[in-house]
Ligand binder design. Structure first.
Ligand code: ADE
Length: 231
């Protein structure tokens, strides 16, 4: 899978890609994540990326020219290699709410471009013409789309076959089948007087599975009844 992150602030996204699961997935060649600095596509003397909004108002708007130049170059490269960009996602608080279902769907694409807006957003013509999907990571406003883009990358990459050591572990995540995850314990069996539930140490796999299922249902009913449809 190939993921391109288009941003005016490449420094923000670079760090997390260099650690842990994302780093290993890249090293193993399971995903090719590239970060593109919009400033490289700004053509004027000052390499301007943003400008005042027509009609007035607070905040600056990312100009269309550098974004069109960058994304058109990515599309042309993909086509030259015999492929295509499958989805151009713009991260914005007024987008569709990102969830596990959308993560699953996007993780099956070959080539995804993530556009991080900044300041007061991007020129609407970018959204009208280039963007194929708009996603929000939640009902709160961040200062830009860089952290949301990283959230999406992380959620997608861990679903790519081979990325997680244990092939089943993404499948048993919270949300993957509509339920929250069961509690987890490791050694020591007793810590500060608190013991691990006996069933987990019984060695009886069927009992363990039944216990986990019951815990998942219980937690979901308590915390997220909306997931069970009985809110
Ligand atoms: N940009 C700023 N806030 C955001 C959010 N909540 N989701 C996606 N992109 C954003």
């Amino acid at each position: 899978m190939r993921i391109d992150i288009v941003t005016a602030l490449p420094e923000i996204v670079a760090g997390p890609l260099e650690h842990s699961i994302l780093r290993r997935a890249r090293q193993k060649g399971l995903v090719d994540v590239r970060v593109h600095d919009l400033r490289r596509y700004a053509t004027d003397k000052h390499r301007t990326l943003d400008d005042y909004p027509f009609g007035g108002g607070a905040g600056m708007v990312l100009k269309p020219e550098p974004i069109f130049a960058c994304i058109e170059a990515l599309k042309a490269d993909a086509e030259a290699e015999g492929g295509a960009v499958d989805e151009i996602v713009y991260l914005t608080p007024d987008g569709e709410r990102f969830d596990q279902r959308i993560a699953n769907e996007l993780s099956m694409k070959q080539h995804v471009v993530l556009l991080a807006g900044h300041y007061k957003g991007v020129d609407q013509r970018v959204r009208d013409v280039l963007v194929t999907r708009e996603l929000s990571i939640g009902d709160y406003v961040l200062s830009g789309g860089e952290l949301p883009a990283l959230v999406v990358v992380d959620a997608l990459v861990r679903l790519i076959p081979g990325v997680l050591g244990d092939a089943t572990s993404a499948l048993s995540d919270s949300f993957q089948d509509g339920l929250l995850d069961a509690p987890a314990y490791t050694r020591p069996a007793t810590f500060r007087g608190m013991s691990v539930p006996d069933v987990l140490r019984s060695g009886d796999h069927e009992k363990v599975a039944a216990w986990r299922e019951a815990e998942r249902l219980h937690k979901t009913r308590e915390r997220r009844p909306d997931l069970l449809g009985d809110e």
